[in-house]
Design a protein around this ligand. Structure first.
Ligand code: FAD
Length: 389
């Protein structure tokens, strides 16, 4: 690639979507600088944030395929072909995801996936990764950026004329989006739901096996709240309890907690273990869930937001990361179609992406009602049974 056609791209945020976008630009031979506020997660035991594992679907796989990582992730991931519904009286009910084509989703470790993306990125000589660099300021007109670097007093300035594109992939509380919000005609709305979530764990059995059938996403739907479990590589399960914050607050003592679990999720208590349940529950707090919509996703030919920065959603469709990866594919395609001309690519991205992103945010909100309630309704189960013929 000639020096003139090589673009200089700054990406703020080295989470799942930022590192995916960086791989796609690096693959196209552009010069990429990725700035991540946290340290290199490969050098610590810290979690990669939010959830321990995620459901990877066909949208996310397409992006991984483009950068050559699909097989690596699929061989690490655990296929989940169906939901397994746990009723209060201990009955199990299987609902296939795709009775026609037998497609499935995969449970993958967030840390493994993020690390794989960062390691892949390092293979590109045209890419620099700057850990411990937190963006503190962005002038969306000039493109001037300021970063604070951990352990350094002086701020680091990157002048706007040193790069042609700034991508904000800095998550739901995006600083890049906040800078766009000061611009006229920028629409924005956010909704916190009244339910929070807490991650618990079902460990492997004493002989090192899964304690439940592994190729399922297990759900304990209980009307106004629910618990789910996704399998991990080490044969444990990450269990997530979704419930109104006021109900979390009522579980004040170990006895109340165990009474609640024994009456609501009786089959899960021996799997988690009463002692572990009490220890885990009282060592952490329920986290909040936010949904964000905004428009446009770009400013001029210079700034673009992707992933949760543009459209954070509640996790009930398991599509936040998948939609963010799809953003990267859409951008990748537009770069080809529109001859890498950012003045055309960025507005087109907003145009083609906005409606789909709004829609998946709405569907994600709706799917909480389906998962925690409708899956237990006999009409739903009959419809699913009919669908499978
Ligand atoms: P993030 O993952 O938030 O990454 C943002 C990165 O930017 C972080 O590394 C952060 O440190 C960095 N950053 C932030 N500010 C700055 C700054 N100022 N300077 C530099 N760096 C900065 N999605 C699915 O597809 N499937 C699932 O099954 C699924 N399950 C989920 C379960 C839960 C409980 C939750 C909460 C979410 C789930 N999601 C799921 C959604 C998914 O986690 C997000 O959509 C995804 O993480 C978005 O990636 P991102 O890179 O846009 O943002």
């Amino acid at each position: 690639m000639s020096a003139e056609s090589q673009k200089r791209v700054v990406i703020v945020g080295g989470g799942l979507v930022g590192s995916m976008a960086a791989c796609m630009f690096a693959r196209k031979q552009h010069k990429v600088d990725l700035y991540e506020a946290r340290g290199d997660m490969r050098k610590s035991n810290m979690s990669a944030g939010k959830s321990i594992n995620l459901a990877l679907s066909v949208r996310g796989r397409e992006a991984l395929r483009r950068i050559g990582l699909e097989e690596k992730l699929l061989s690490h991931g655990i296929p989940m072909r169906a939901r397994m519904i746990h009723t209060v009286d201990g009955k199990l009910n299987e609902i296939l995801y795709d009775p026609v084509h037998n497609q499935c989703i995969y449970s993958v470790s967030r840390k493994f996936l993020n690390e794989a993306l960062i390691t892949e990125l390092e293979q590109y000589p045209n890419c620099n990764i700057h850990f411990h660099h937190k963006m503190t300021k962005l002038d969306v007109d000039t493109g001037d950026l300021t970063f604070s670097k951990q352990g350094h007093e002086a701020l680091i300035e990157v002048k706007g004329n040193q790069q042609q594109l700034i991508i904000g992939a800095d998550g739901a509380h995006s600083g890049v989006r906040k800078c766009l919000m000061s611009q006229p005609l920028f629409d924005f709305s956010q909704t916190y739901i009244e339910h929070g979530y807490m991650e618990l764990c079902i460990p492997p059995s004493d002989d090192g096996n899964y304690q439940m059938e592994p190729n399922f996403l297990h759900i304990w739907p209980r009307g106004t709240f629910m618990m789910i479990a996704l399998p991990n590589q080490d044969r444990s399960w990450t269990v997530t309890l979704f419930m109104p914050f006021e109900n979390f607050a009522q579980l004040k003592t170990p006895d109340i907690l165990l009474d609640f679990f024994n009456s609501t999720f009786p089959d899960a208590v021996p799997l988690i273990g009463a002692d572990r349940l009490v220890a885990d529950f009282f060592s952490r707090k329920a986290s909040s869930l936010i949904s964000i919509k905004c428009r446009p996703y770009h400013k001029n030919n210079k700034v673009l937001i992707l992933g949760d920065a543009a459209h954070a959603m509640v996790p009930f469709y398991g599509q936040g990361m998948n939609a963010g990866f799809e953003d990267c594919c859409v951008l990748d395609d537009l770069m080809d179609e529109l001859e890498e001309d950012f003045a055309r690519v960025l507005p087109k991205f907003t145009e083609v992406r906005h409606e789909d992103a709004q829609m998946i945010c709405d569907l994600a909100m709706y799917n909480y009602i389906e998962m925690r309630d409708l899956v237990t309704k006999s009409s739903f189960l009959w419809r699913k049974r009919l669908d499978s013929f």
